[in-house]
Design a protein around this ligand. Structure first.
Ligand SMILES: Nc1ncnc2c1ncn2[C@@H]1O[C@H](COP(=O)(O)OP(=O)(O)O)[C@@H](O)[C@H]1O
Ligand SMILES: [Mg+2]
Length: 270
């Protein structure tokens, strides 16, 4: 549904040129949960911005359902950003003076003329409350961002991203500022949204643990895609350590929990 073709992007600052994307090709399929991994500075955020028309490429094209979206006039592009894409960022980008409910309502407020807004406000409000309930925050509707934890702020941001019923969620390191437990909760929430609502999700992360919740992993190095594989499966640690003949080391048993299959095999050096 969403295709990047030979994308090129160079940032220029004074005399210095930084070539970030180098003819990158990528296809995102309808309904999938795709993760993009790569070292810091490999161009992941830049790619996400180009896919979501937040920035324009210097070369190549971005296609949505076969139609070019990288060179749209401002009005059509704004409509696409408001209706088709939902954005989730590492630092939430909530408005500090507004409570959770009003933050979630912001995209609808921006979309409507003043008159239409007052007419349809009640319906939008109910939808925003439903979404905040879905993300587990029905008891935090009137809280401002500074009265919420990081995980809760990200839940508000996810509800806001869903308000206009987008087809594609673009998430840039959504767990990057969270501890492992709330990060895991956020990725499971995204997984549920992907499965239950059929929303296509593209998530940038450099946390290799959380990619196991996604369908496919694309790795970026130096502004191109260097690997494109199904996501590694999570399997219970117990099934690994229970298998004979090698007996589990005390360290393996102490670790417990879930690990990514291909990173958790017992080794002889333990
Ligand atoms: N607006 C900008 N102006 C100049 N350089 C930028 C800008 N945005 C990103 N860069 C540079 O481009 C490179 C890739 O950035 P980015 O896409 O944010 O990487 P990643 O998200 O993978 O860490 C980095 O070296 C960064 O410093
Ligand atoms: Mg980034």
């Amino acid at each position: 549904m969403l295709i990047a073709e030979k994308l090129e992007k160079t940032y220029r600052r004074h005399a210095v040129q930084v070539r970030v994307l180098n003819g990158l090709d990528l296809e995102v399929k309808t309904g999938e949960f795709l993760s993009i991994v790569g070292a810091s500075g490999s161009g992941k955020s830049t790619l996400l911005h180009l896919l979501g028309t937040l920035d324009a490429p210097d070369g190549g094209r971005v296609l949505l359902d076969g139609k070019r979206i990288d060179n749209l006039p401002a009005r059509a592009r704004d409509e696409l950003r408001n209706r088709t894409f939902g954005y989730i960022f590492q630092f939430y980008h909530l408005l500090p003076e507004f409570n959770a409910l009003d933050n979630v309502l912001m995209p609808a407020y921006i979309h409507h003329s003043t008159l239409n807004w007052w007419r349809s406000r009640g319906q939008w409000r109910r939808r925003a409350e439903d979404l905040l309930t879905k993300v587990g925050l029905s008891h935090r509707l009137k809280h401002r961002p500074r009265e919420l934890s990081g995980g809760e702020m990200q839940r508000v941001a996810i509800a806001r991203a869903l308000l206009m019923n987008p087809r594609v969620l673009l998430a840039d390191e959504p767990t990057g500022n969270l501890d492992a437990e709330s990060g895991g909760d956020i990725v499971r929430l995204l997984r549920d949204i992907n499965r239950e609502e059929g929303v296509t999700i593209v998530m940038v992360t450099h946390n290799t643990d959380i990619v196991s919740a996604t369908d496919r992993v694309v790795r970026m190095v130096g502004g191109v895609v260097t690997a494109d594989t199904p996501a590694p499966r999570l399997i219970p640690m117990a099934t690994i350590v229970a298998s004979p003949p090698s007996s589990p080391s005390p360290r393996m048993l102490a670790g417990g929990g879930l690990r990514i299959l291909n990173e958790s095999r017992p080794t002889g050096s333990d």
